[in-house]
Design a protein around this ligand. Sequence first.
Ligand code: FEO
Length: 393
Amino acid sequence: MVKTNRIKDKIYQIKVIDTEATHFHGCIFPTREGASYNCYLVVDEQITLIDVIDTMYFDLVLKEIKNIIGDQDIDNIIINHVEPDHSGGYEMLKRVYPNAASYTSATGKRAMQHQFFGDHTYTKVATKDTLNIGEYTLSFFETPLVHWPDNMWTYIECEQMLFTNDAFGQLIVDDAVYDNEVGVEKVLDFSREYYANILLPGNVSVKSSLLRFLDLGWTVRKVLPSHGVIVRTHINEMFAQYRDFVNVKLKKKAVIVYETVWGSSRKMANVYADKLSEKGYEVKVYQLSESRISEVITELSDAELIVVGTGNYNNCLLPTVADFMERLKAAKLANRKALVFGSYGWAKVHLKRVQERLEEANIEVLADPFYVMYVPDDESITLLESQIDGMTL
Ligand code: FEO
């Protein structure tokens, strides 16, 4: 579904709501309820489109553009981010509006040239560069690695509107336009998941961009991301949440992830859950094959302790655990602590492998893995309980 929302006399949001998107960014992130994508059309003396759209939604969006501007041309295309969910439809757009000028960051220009091989001209813009389009002047702010090296934001000073692309995004699938229509709790909840899965690996860069942006002193009354709702009523809460994200405030929280074939690791996971709760931890438990990995990563983002359990699969990790270990490293969840447990039959190299993968991800493993042969009996459960009791965590 696509919907056009008039944000201001000359400013429109074109919003694609895809409730059938089971994953976001190819196959990587399973979604909660689908995905949403926004681009913005500024109908000033020069008609300017901020962010394009993925190819698969292009026809829908073009129809909305035509409904707004009829046969007029688009004069400018602002490419805040080259990733295909925001620029995939660029070539299709240029076929319709061949005279439109394109503006992007220096790294954006390079990436666009490698992404679309056509003979397009891109004008590079840097932080504080401006583009006058009539009543409005657009200002640009580079935000490298928020999410890719090319990312930038676009600002309209007289409206105090900041177009942030991925930053402050949320995959809320709702035709609401503004944050207050869905409620602050939901907005922050979805923003947290978006941050943990998309932006957290670039956390240091996000922090640096936010600090540089604050130094500019540009007042912001509305944040207009390219995913989800526009933030206006709860802008302070959203900025406070980002402050917590970039300062990595870990909680006394343990996330237990495990996989099991015949139930042994589940029994041990339950022991960890009970004992860590007794030690004052907030505990989350996930059997990986039964869980949405984007939620698991979100819960890990503010947890100080990760507990990983797996059975043996021909001396390798169970496939869901192998996938998880790779994601853990990709998520750059360093500086956490970890425990490892699992069962085995006649070989037990797999838990060593988990330990190595954790260390590769810069996560400190606090103790040797806890092994149980085949199925944990009362004696091994008691041993595990006493080991956890005795741990200084
Ligand atoms: Fe919404 Fe980095 O893409």
